[in-house]
Design a protein around this ligand. Structure first.
Ligand code: ADP
Ligand code: ZN
Ligand code: ZN
Length: 852
C-alpha cells in the first residue's frame, strides 16, 4: 500500500514533525527512515521521514517532497522508535534528535552492484550440463555464469552489455539468484589533502605583511561572529573585502601554528573559512599542501600490533560465564562489570563481543573519550577485523567524509562491530546483540547540548528495545548504577584484583599546606612530585602528570582594582593561552587580545593567575631539560592523528613525561608508567554541585589505575589542600565500597539521585527583561504542582548567570517518581507554546549531571 503523505523530522529546534505530500514518482522510494529533500520556509532542507500517513492536517498548505536521498532508508525502524523515545524522555526537539542520529549529509559516489548468491552459484553449477531450469533464458544463464567467474561484483550499468535489462535483473533478484546492492565507491580511498603554513611565508609575502598590520586590534573578538558563520558570503565569489580576508588568513595561521599540519576539511571547520580562502592563500604562497594516505587498513597505530589473547583468570572466567549465560537466555538484561583498574575488563569485553558475533549478532562498544577509541578500536580490529572485515569506528574527530563512510559501512552490514564515543550508541546496526559501555560513570557520555541525552542510559533503553544485553564496566561505577546492581535490577559481576597478582599502585597524599610552609615556594609541583619525576628519569621509567585546566593561566587579574578579565558573552573569566598569545573563553570560544593595562581602571598591574597545562608543560621543560616531554589536552589534540602521535610516542617509550588534562586519567594501558602526579586533586571538590565528591573520587581512583600496570610497581602522588575529605581518603585506599556507603548517606540526607529524580530547567535570553518575564510566567505554571509529588525550586539566577550572551534563570525539579517530572514538564512545554514563549528559550535537562 502506498501512502500519499509522510511526516518528516527536520533539523530545527521545534518539538514537532512536518507533513509533506509524496509525489507519485517517489512513492516506491520513500519509506520511514528515508532522508528527503524538502522545501521549508524559503529554504531546501534535508530531513528524515519518520512515518507514512494517509491523511494530512486539514488546515495547512501541504508541500511536496523534492527528492528522496536514499534508496535504502538511512534509519531502521528500531532507530526511529529509539529517536522518539529520547525526544519524549528528554523533552528534546524531535528534529535535533534525528539529526544526531543521521550521518553527515555529503555527496557520496555510489554504485549499484550485482553479486551472485549461493542459490545463483548452485544454479550455475547445475546448469553446466546445458539444461535450462528455473525458467531461465539462455542470455540469463550466460550472464550468471559470467558472474560466477568474476571475483569482483559487477556494476549494474554494465549488465546491459550482456543483453539484460532492468526488468530481467529484477526477476533474477526475486528468484534469489543475484543480489543488487548499493555500494559507496572509494571506501578505501586513499589520500587526503593536508595543509601547512609555509615557513618563510611571513618574510616573502607582501600580503601577509599587510595582514600583520591588523594584528594589533583583535579586540572586537574574532570569535563572536567570526568563528562560526563566515561561510555564506564567500562561496559565490572572492572574499568581501581585503580586511575580511586578512582576518581569515590570521585564523588559518593560528590553527596551523598551533597544530602543525591539518587535513583540508578539518582546517576549514576549525578556522571557519571557505575553500576559496584556502585556495587563494595557496596561490599567494602562504600555505603549502600535499596528499597523505588515509587508508584505514593501514592505520599506523596498528602496525606491528597483536592483540594479547590471555587465558582468562578465575575471576574473569566467572564474569564471562555469567555474560554467556545471559546470552543463552536470549533476552534483555543489564550487567555491571565492577573491576578494579588493571583487572582485565577489556579481555572480558573482547570475549563477549566474540561470543555475540558467533551468535550471528552485532555489537557496539562505547568508550568515554576519543583517545580510547584508538586502543579499543585497535584491539577490536586485531580480534575481529580479519575474520568479519567489519570493525567501524565512530567519533566526532573524524572528518564528515570519514564519518559518513564509516556510518554507511555499518548501515550496509559491512561492519558488525562499532567502537565509538557517545553518539555511536545510534550506530545503525541491525540484529544487535550487545552494547558495552566502558567506564560507564564518565560524564562525557552525557551530551551537554540539545538533545541532552545520556549515552549510557540510551544504551540500556536501546538494548531493551532490541532484546540485547547491556554490559556496563567500571572500576568506580556511578552511584546510580551501583545502586541498581545492589538492589538486583542489574546483575553484578566483580573483578576484585589485578591480573597476574599485580598489586594496586601505592597512593600517597601530599598536603600542599605543609609543603608550602616548608618551602615557601608557589610552584604547583610539590618537592615530592619533583623528586619522584627525577627518579623516573634516572630509572628510565615514565611519569604522567595531571592538571585539571588547559591553557596557560586561568585568570587575568588587576592588582589595583581586583577586577578579572571576563568574557564579554559569559560570566566566566578568560583563560590566557601563551602560545596563541590571546585570551579565550572556554565556554563560548570567544577571543580577546592580551590586555597590557586593566580594561576597567587602566592600571598597568595586570597579572596572570592559576596555572594550566600549558604553563605546567613549560615548567617541566625548564626543570627537566633533558627529558622528552609532551602535552595532551584539547588544545594539542583535536585530530585522530594528533592523539595517535602523542599516545603512540608515549606508549612506545619515545617520551618520558606526559602532561595533560583528565583525558589522560582513564582507560590507557601504559606499561612503563611508575609515577602519576595529580596537581590539584581537590579543585573539583569546591564546585557548587552535588556530584563534586563522586567526581573527585572517581577521577583520583582512575588516575591511580594508570600507574604500575606492567611489571613495574606504581606510585601515585595526590596533591591537595584538603586531605581530610572522605572522597580523597577513600581514593587513597582505593576503597569503592567505603566511598559508596558514605556518599549514599549524603545523597539520602539531601534528597539527591539516586534517591530522587532531578530535572534542571533553564530559561534564557539575550534580553534580561524577557528572561525574567518568562521565568515568572513559568513559575506561575509550576506553582500548583509544587508539593504534589514533586518539589519545584526556583526561579533563581543560574550559577552560570550569563552564557553566550544569554541571561539565565534556573528551576530545579525533584521527585521520587520520574514519571511525575515528565508529566509536569510535558505540560510546561505545552504551556510555553500557548503563551508564545519560544521553545529555544526554555532548556530542559533531564537527569542533569551538572547544575551549572
Ligand atoms: P582494566 O580495563 O580492567 O583496567 P585491562 O583490560 O586494560 O584492565 O587489562 C590490564 C592488562 O592486563 C592488559 O595489559 C591486559 O593485556 C592484561 N591482561 C588481561 N587479562 C589478563 C590475564 N588473564 N592474564 C594476564 N594478563 C592479562
Ligand atoms: Zn584594574
Ligand atoms: Zn564566553
Amino acid at each position: 500500500m502506498s501512502f500519499p503523505f509522510c511526516n518528516v523530522s527536520l533539523p530545527v529546534p521545534l518539538r514537532t514533525t512536518f507533513t509533506y505530500a509524496v509525489p507519485e514518482s517517489l512513492r516506491e522510494m520513500v519509506r520511514p527512515g528515508t532522508r528527503v529533500l524538502v522545501p521549508f520556509r524559503k529554504k531546501a532542507m534535508v530531513g528524515v521521514v519518520v512515518e507514512l500517513t494517509e491523511h494530512a492536517p486539514a488546515d495547512t498548505k501541504i508541500r511536496e517532497i523534492t527528492k528522496a536521498l536514499d534508496r535504502e532508508p538511512a534509519l531502521t525502524p528500531k532507530l526511529i522508535e529509539l529517536g522518539h523515545w529520547i525526544a519524549n524522555y528528554y523533552l528534546a526537539p524531535v528534529g535535533e534528535m534525528f539529526r544526531a542520529m543521521l550521518p553527515p549529509v555529503i555527496e557520496m559516489r555510489t554504485q549499484r552492484q550485482i553479486t551472485l548468491t549461493e542459490a545463483g552459484r548452485d544454479a550455475v553449477a547445475s546448469l553446466s550440463g546445458g539444461e535450462l531450469t528455473h525458467g531461465l533464458a539462455r542470455v540469463e544463464v550466460e550472464f550468471l555464469a559470467k558472474l560466477a567467474g568474476k571475483k569482483e561484483p559487477l556494476a549494474f550499468a554494465s549488465a546491459a552489455k550482456f543483453g539484460l535489462d532492468a526488468g530481467a535483473l529484477e526477476r533474477l533478484r526475486r528468484q534469489g539468484l543475484i543480489e543488487i546492492r548499493e555500494t559507496v565507491l572509494g571506501r578505501t580511498a586513499k589520500t587526503q589533502r593536508v595543509l601547512a603554513w609555509k615557513k618563510d611565508a611571513e618574510k616573502d609575502n607582501a600580503e601577509t605583511q599587510r595582514a600583520q598590520r591588523f594584528h594589533g586590534d583583535e579586540s572586537q573578538g574574532v570569535g563572536g561572529d567570526g568563528a562560526q558563520n563566515v561561510r555564506g558570503d564567500e562561496e559565490s565569489g572572492g572574499p568581501k573585502s581585503e580586511r575580511d580576508f586578512d582576518d581569515k588568513v590570521r585564523r588559518v595561521r593560528d590553527e596551523l601554528a598551533e597544530r602543525g599540519a591539518l587535513p583540508l576539511a578539518l582546517l576549514l571547520k576549525l578556522a571557519g573559512v571557505s575553500r576559496a580562502v584556502v585556495e587563494r592563500m595557496l596561490r599567494e604562497g602562504l600555505l603549502e599542501s600535499w596528499e597523505e594516505r588515509v587508508d584505514p587498513a593501514e592505520d599506523p597505530f596498528d602496525v606491528g600490533y597483536e592483540a594479547p589473547a590471555h587465558e582468562l583468570n578465575a575471576e574473569q572466567e566467572s564474569a564471562f560465564g555469567a555474560i554467556r549465560a545471559r546470552f543463552e537466555l536470549g533476552e534483555f538484561g543489564v550487567l555491571l562489570l565492577h573491576g578494579v583498574t588493571g583487572s582485565g575488563k577489556t579481555e572480558v569485553y573482547m570475549r563477549s563481543v566474540q561470543e555475540t558475533l558467533a551468535r550471528g549478532k552485532t555489537a557496539i562498544v562505547l568508550v568515554p573519550e576519543i583517545a580510547l577509541t584508538l586502543w579499543v578500536g585497535r584491539q577490536c580490529r586485531a580480534w575481529f577485523g580479519a575474520r568479519f572485515e567489519g570493525v567501524a569506528v565512530l567519533h566526532s574527530a573524524l572528518s564528515d567524509v570519514e564519518r559518513a563512510r564509516e556510518w554507511w559501512r555499518v548501515r550496509r552490514g559491512e561492519a558488525r562491530v562499532v567502537v565509538g564515543t557517545r553518539s555511536a550508541v545510534f550506530a545503525p546496526l541491525e540484529n544487535l546483540g550487545l552494547i558495552i559501555v566502558d567506564e560507564e560513570q564518565e560524564n562525557s557520555f552525557k551530551q551537554e547540548e540539545t538533545p541532552r541525552y545520556h549515552g549510557r542510559d540510551v544504551a540500556i533503553v536501546r538494548a531493551k528495545m532490541e532484546n540485547a544485553v547491556a554490559l556496563l564496566g567500571s572500576a568506580t561505577p556511578s552511584l546510580e548504577t551501583y545502586h541498581h546492581a545492589r538492589n538486583g535490577k542489574y546483575e553484578l559481576l566483580t573483578l576484585a584484583s589485578r591480573v597476574a597478582n599485580r598489586s594496586m599502585a601505592s597512593v600517597e597524599i601530599v598536603d600542599m599546606r605543609e609543603d608550602f610552609q616548608r618551602t615557601h615556594q608557589t610552584n604547583p609541583m610539590s618537592s615530592a612530585l619533583r623528586a619522584g619525576i627525577q627518579e623516573c628519569l634516572q630509572q628510565g621509567t615514565q611519569a604522567l602528570v595531571l592538571i585539571n585546566r588547559r591553557g596557560y593561566s586561568w585568570s587575568v587579574l588587576c592588582r589595583s582594582c581586583g577586577a578579572s578579565v571576563q568574557c564579554a558573552n559569559c560570566s566566566i573569566s578568560m583563560t590566557y593561552h601563551k602560545h596563541r598569545n590571546r585570551l579565550e573563553c572556554h565556554y563560548c570560544g570567544s577571543i580577546q587580545s592580551v590586555p597590557k593595562v586593566c580594561p576597567k581602571c587602566e592600571s598597568k598591574y595586570v597579572y596572570f593567575f592559576g596555572e594550566g597545562s600549558e604553563h605546567l608543560e613549560e615548567r617541566l621543560r625548564k626543570e627537566f631539560p633533558g627529558a622528552r616531554i609532551a602535552r595532551l589536552d584539547r588544545d594539542t589534540a583535536r585530530t585522530k592523528r594528533q592523539y595517535q602521535e602523542t599516545l603512540g610516542a608515549f606508549a612506545g617509550g619515545a617520551l618520558d613525561i606526559l602532561v595533560g588534562t583528565q583525558m589522560l586519567a582513564k582507560g590507557h594501558d601504559f606499561q612503563r608508567v611508575t609515577l602519576v602526579g595529580v596537581i590539584s586533586a581537590d579543585s573539583s571538590l569546591h564546585l557548587p554541585d552535588f556530584r563534586a565528591a563522586e567526581r573527585t573520587f572517581q577521577l583520583l581512583t582512575q588516575v591511580a589505575g594508570r600507574a604500575g600496570r606492567g611489571e613495574l610497581a606504581g606510585r601515585v602522588l595526590i596533591q591537595t589542600y584538603y586531605p581530610e575529605h572522605y572522597a580523597i581518603q577513600d581514593a587513597v585506599r582505593q576503597d569503592y565500597g567505603s566511598f559508596f556507603e558514605r556518599e549514599m548517606h549524603f545523597r539520602r540526607m539531601m534528597q539527591y539521585p539516586p534517591f530522587t529524580s532531578l530535572a534542571n530547567v533553564i530559561v534564557r535570553d539575550t534580553s534580561l527583561e524577557k528572561a525574567i518575564v518568562w521565568s515568572r510566567q513559568l513559575s506561575e505554571y509550576f506553582l500548583p504542582y509544587d508539593g504534589k509529588g514533586a518539589r519545584i525550586l526556583g526561579p533563581a539566577t543560574a550559577p552560570l548567570a550569563r552564557l553566550k550572551k544569554e541571561h539565565r534563570f534556573q528551576f530545579l525539579l525533584k521527585s521520587p517518581r520520574r514519571s511525575v517530572l515528565t508529566r509536569v514538564l510535558g505540560g510546561a512545554m505545552a504551556y510555553c507554546e500557548a503563551e508564545e514563549i519560544p521553545q529555544t528559550a526554555v532548556l530542559v535537562d533531564m537527569d542533569p549531571l551538572s547544575l551549572l
